[in-house]
Design a protein around this ligand. Sequence first.
Ligand SMILES: CC(C)(COP(=O)(O)OP(=O)(O)OC[C@H]1O[C@@H](n2cnc3c(N)ncnc32)[C@H](O)[C@@H]1OP(=O)(O)O)[C@@H](O)C(=O)NCCC(=O)NCCS
Length: 189
Amino acid sequence: MTAAEGPGGGVLVPPTVAVHASFLAAVEEFRAEGRARADDNSMLGRDILTHGDRWADPDAFAAYVRLTLGDADDEAPRPPGHVPSTVLWWVVGDTFVGRLSIRHRMTRRLLEWGGIIGYDVRPSLRRRGHATAMLRASLPVARRLGFDPVLVTCDWDNIGSRKAIEACGGVLEDRRAEKLRYWIATGDT
Ligand SMILES: CC(C)(COP(=O)(O)OP(=O)(O)OC[C@H]1O[C@@H](n2cnc3c(N)ncnc32)[C@H](O)[C@@H]1OP(=O)(O)O)[C@@H](O)C(=O)NCCC(=O)NCCS
């Protein structure tokens, strides 16, 4: 799996129980900034809402890790209209820093709005270059999944995400509603 070095020795790894304690702390940070409310339709928000109350239990967390790894499987259960995705976590040592998902197929909604790669960095570790490094490290994975270039979108006013995408070579195609749509070459990374 990808092990591109990032700031502070960050690496992109498959979800793992090795970062259990810091994952729980990160979830509290995400909750504190208002994530995982009923209207949070992000993958992270839905996961916290659905499973988060059980994650302190190591067995339940291990089950969640298996479930997340299994999202790459075509046959796994998922909400209507959703496609399989490869989920990767950005870790520094045993510290969970962020998460990223790469959808396996384009749909009309992803083309118009969501893009192929989505990511979150835990609030306490933002503005240190992690999103940029994590996104860059994911590009070879996206390439192996057949995307070159790969579509990455962000809200027009999400400065941090815009800068991360542009630092990874993102070329702006257009703005559709709230979303800026960028294409990033994955072949020369
Ligand atoms: C957007 C997000 C992923 C950025 O993560 P990050 O690790 O802070 O990003 P980076 O440190 O790589 O920052 C990239 C650049 O944006 C700048 N930046 C980051 N957050 C910023 C902010 N809130 N306001 C202004 N600039 C910001 C950084 O200083 C850096 O600038 P530089 O390249 O000139 O040094 C993070 O804020 C987050 O998880 N937000 C919530 C979820 C989200 O929006 N996900 C993206 C969906 S498209």
